[in-house]
Design a protein around this ligand. Sequence first.
Ligand SMILES: [Zn+2]
Ligand SMILES: [Zn+2]
Length: 456
Amino acid sequence: MVWKLEELACAEFPCGCGRVHKVPIKRIRLSRGAIGCLEEDVPEMGLTGTALIVADETTFEVAGREVESTLQQMGIPAKTVILRPRHSFTPSHWVLADERSLGEVLIRLPDNGGFLVAVGSGTINDITRFVAHKTGRPFICIGTAPSMDGYASTVAPILTGSFKKSMPATCPTAIYIDPDILAAAPQEMAAAGFGDIIGKSIALADWRLSHIINGEYYCPVIASIVEQVLSQVLEDVSALSTGDPDALLRLAEGLILSGVAILMFGDSRPAAGAEHELAHFWEIKGLERGRLCYHGDKVAIGTLIVTEIYQRMLALEPKAFDWEKVYAERLPLAQYKQIVQQDFAEAWEALYSPHWDKLKNQELARRTGELVVPNWNRIQEEVPKSLLPIDSIREYLSVLGLCQNPQELGIEKEWVEAGLRSAKEMRPHRYTIMNLAAEMGCLETIGGEIVQKIFG
Ligand SMILES: [Zn+2]
Ligand SMILES: [Zn+2]
């Protein structure tokens, strides 16, 4: 079955997995002239009152102005807030989802009712969805670049100080994407979107792995959506490299579909695994230094590294392990905690909760061999299905001009080492290949080999 994004708008269906899946987005329009559909959709969706359009200078020019005039012609009062970049970060022309941007939107928000319109990609949507959530207003999204899969998201990463915290937010009532607007965005944004999607190869493998080892809930329908997104986008690599608007539209569709899979699941499990944990860890390190780069660029590097981890892990023979020795050599909690604390530095305070100790104690006592040995054949057969050969990933990245080495993105050797040790604590409940490698006593060796290979 091929999933059509526009048909998933407003979908609600009981699934073979035992749950009812819901997609609360009322309209998803992906076509030339999509903004023109506002005329029909806004009254139908029951949106009334003043519209506050949130944009930056560029997105206002490429789409915001048209949104503003379309709404005004409909008799809807529309105001626009144009957010400014924070120059203390590099690159200095990026708007950040920080206290200042949130404050600017809140100050301009009409007192009573109305709705918000995000015109932009990642950050503009994060800011808008967060304010929409906090003020109980609906918002609609006019996507301007296929750069990440957060368009349909219900969380917003908000920067406070130099730490990005994932905050509850609202998903959009409607999403509008016009391929001609996408084609006007810098090519590197589409490349970043591709990077976010190639990471799904790992996310799917990690989810399957945890399903087999831990009996974690798994929905084949949601997994099939993410699989479709991945295979479609891989077919489009060369068209994307030439900026073909139809391929860009399919990439945007894939990114939104991935977001819809997240909505259906209830969190990002189907679309984010160990590769995202590494990417988020490096982001923390970059922010501490005031350095920014696209999320998808980091996910692509994470995907290369975690694919290597998978290759090495899947070649092991767990039944030949001396498991009692593995259990005995695990670090005591206090020692492990100290290492993680050092690796995260200032960010640890924001991540740590007392529940963490309890969870880690359970992990340290886990008799992993009893879970892995009887399931190893199944793991070797089912888990690699979504994984890609490293050479193919490198080829895709090079066609799209994406970095293949952490150094090119300013990711330092120490960050890679620390990430391989501790990034799995970004989301301690999400079981990935890095957790399994740690429990099997292999993470340090495998991580060391990979760092050696990259940095020499
Ligand atoms: Zn299901
Ligand atoms: Zn992502």
